[in-house]
Design a protein around this ligand. Structure first.
Ligand code: NI
Length: 315
């Protein structure tokens, strides 16, 4: 090799070796890496229900009323898209089990306001509701207009259904919904005193009983009217309503809605807004036009109906 050749070889090798030797050593042995920086996010003390794990936190909510509860609820004031879907007038021997399948497949808990005579006729369906985590509630014995009844008749309507629910499933109901959403202030207070019930109305009414009954109508109305804290009125005695549920519930879940029972919704409100829930008693102010269908009759026209006080001269 010539001296020029040696020079060229060395001038290539030395920088190559130097750059190889300067590669910093990487220790890949396990456990020797410096600990990663851990960022802890503080949860404010006035935020009892953090968004993380909302679904499991909601499942923990009791199906009983908080110590302080309003006499009447049409909806609840809550910070997340949490709603209660309710089904009235059942149980129905065919449609209600189908509905329960739909709810079970989606892990959705609902509230059933049941007519006592149907509870007595189909106690096994009521048992299944409770076994699958739903809330059972009182909707009178035979669906009369309570405002047309005297004190004893109203108590009999409530008592027979109350006892039939307990006999069917062992669960003591804590809620009732007056048929057609109608009950005098004095009746609501009396029912609260005697049975410990809250009066549950609704803010979302798809009018699913009204002809022509259509799946799309039920679906679209509930979807467009629902918001955080809504109480949704449905009837599981109508096949179209039950048929509307799979697509509706899937879409609502996709839109971020969570479903709880009505007493859970009230608990959720009380935990997030303890002051508001404890101090607001709007029973004198509530006016809910109702179009709920009577069993075996025509619904009174919505515009003729108001909650208390009743117009003078009415029975
Ligand atoms: Ni009803």
């Amino acid at each position: 090799m010539t001296s020029l050749g040696r020079y060229l070889l060395i001038s290539i090798l030395i920088p190559a070796y130097t750059s190889w030797a300067q590669v910093p050593e990487v220790n890949v042995a396990a456990g020797t890496e410096p600990p990663k920086e851990v960022i802890l996010k503080a949860i404010p003390v006035d935020e009892p229900m953090p968004n993380l794990g909302l679904e499991s936190a909601l499942e923990e909510l009791p199906r009983s009323l908080p110590e302080e509860f309003q006499t009447v609820y049409t909806r609840c004031e809550v910070p997340e898209k949490v709603v209660a879907i309710t089904f009235d007038d059942g149980p129905h021997p065919d449609f209600t089990p189908r509905l329960l399948d739909t709810l079970r497949d989606r892990n959705i808990k609902a509230t059933f306001f049941m007519v006592g005579r149907n509870v007595k006729a189909f106690p096994q369906i009521v048992r299944r509701m409770v076994e699958e985590g739903h809330e059972v509630a009182n909707h009178s014995w035979s669906h009369p207009l309570l405002t047309s009844l005297g004190t004893e008749s109203v108590e009999s309507q409530m008592r027979r259904t109350h006892d039939a629910i307990i006999a069917a499933c062992g669960r003591v109901p804590v809620l009732y919904r007056p048929p057609y959403g109608q009950a005098r202030l004095s009746q609501r207070k009396r029912i609260r005193d005697v049975f410990g019930y809250a009066t549950i109305l609704w803010d979302v009414d798809p009018q699913d009983w009204q002809s022509p009954r259509k799946v799309e109508k039920v679906h679209d109305r509930i979807l467009s009217m629902s918001k955080a804290g809504s109480i949704i009125l449905c009837h599981d005695i109508h096949e179209t309503t039950v048929n509307a549920m799979p697509a509706l519930l899937d879409e609502m879940k996709r839109q971020g809605y969570h479903f709880v029972t009505v007493s859970q919704l009230i608990q959720y409100e009380a935990r997030n807004q303890p002051v508001a829930a404890a101090t607001v008693h709007p029973e004198d102010a509530v006016v809910v036009p109702t179009t709920e269908m009577p069993l075996g009759g025509l619904a009174p026209a919505a515009e003729t109906i108001s909650l208390d006080p009743l117009p003078p001269g009415q029975p």
